[in-house]
Design a protein around this ligand. Structure first.
Ligand code: SAH
Length: 293
């Protein structure tokens, strides 16, 4: 694997994506092209007034309004890129990377791939990603989004197939699922994930979480945890500092579990198995050492 390339630096050049922000904080994403004009509600901006400048610069549009110009962050891109399926929101993408413990050089199976927002976050963490996506049109869209936004220096392959029917990869470090019935993947995951590997499922309803958790207790996985992430932005002005009135009320739940080694009969004699049962059923969550994270 090559070393992580730094993000683009230096002056803004043709072919690059930039984010324009107007005085009302409206955001526009565009690809710079010599001689082109960008039309917004607040006037027309000549691409040539941006090309060759440094990000962070302010440029003036045709009606005298000012626009800030910066390179987009991954979160900006995820919210603005073309999407077929619903993308995972940035607040959850961040949480998923740590909950699933994604890191450089890890082999990650992702299913379904949708628009590729999660793929981009996994690739940003320098994982080697194989995606299974049942819909050919979504698979093509994800490949296009990743090629446009994550560059060519990433390890990414998307296969058009149904993950409920099986997984061909072996010795996977992580499996990350964003599809309706992740419990249909558990048996395949147990055969293809390495022991200790993390499985993560992202689910919009708690009914699905309950079904998954029940299936996990009957599986080779243990140490199951479920969480949701609430993000509240704040309005900050000199005389008025308070939470914003609106926030995203609900997106999805994260459930993680680790693949365990089957219990050895010898261990049973030593009482090790009782501990395992307690952890898998989650009955003892009030333990002092079991701190919320
Ligand atoms: N995480 C993605 C969005 C995924 S949406 C993103 O951030 O952009 C869920 C996707 O799962 C859809 O694209 C759907 O086609 C796919 N899918 C559903 N069932 C599947 C299955 N059994 N195998 C593979 N993909 C599946």
């Amino acid at each position: 694997m090559t070393a992580a390339a730094p993000g683009p630096r230096g002056t803004l050049s043709p072919g690059e994506r930039v984010l324009l922000v107007d005085a009302k904080a409206r955001r526009y994403l565009l690809t710079l092209q010599a001689g082109a004009m960008f039309h917004t509600h607040a006037g027309i901006v000549a691409h040539d007034s941006i090309i060759g400048r440094t990000e962070g610069v302010s440029v003036v549009g045709s009606t005298g309004r000012v626009f800030l110009v910066v390179r987009p962050t991954l979160a900006d891109v995820v919210l603005k890129m073309p999407r077929g399926a619903q993308v995972i929101y940035p607040k959850d993408l961040g949480a998923i990377l740590l909950a699933a413990d994604i890191g450089p050089g890890m082999t990650v199976l992702e299913a379904g791939v949708g628009s590729g927002a999660l793929s981009m976050a996994l690739l940003r963490a320098r994982a080697d990603v194989v995606g299974y996506e049942i819909r050919p049109d979504f698979a093509a869209g994800a490949r296009a989004n990743v090629a446009a936004w994550s560059g060519s220096d990433v390890s990414y392959r998307v296969e058009e197939r149904d993950v409920y029917e099986g997984i061909d990869e072996t010795d996977l470090d992580r499996i990350v699922l964003d599809l309706p019935e992740p419990w249909q993947v558990l048996a395949h995951a147990a055969k293809t994930l390495r022991p200790g590997g993390v499985l993560l499922a992202y689910l919009p309803t708690i009914n699905q979480v309950a079904t998954l958790r029940a299936a996990l207790t009957r599986s080779a996985f243990g140490m199951a945890e479920t969480s949701e992430t609430l993000r509240r932005t704040w309005h900050v002005e000199e005389r008025s500092v308070r939470p914003d009135h609106r926030m995203v009320g609900h997106t999805g739940f994260l459930t993680t579990a680790r693949l365990l080694v089957p219990v050895d009969e010898g261990e049973v004699q030593q009482g090790g198995v009782e501990q395992r049962r307690v952890e898998q059923s989650g009955d003892e969550s009030g333990d002092d050492e079991d701190e919320p994270v």
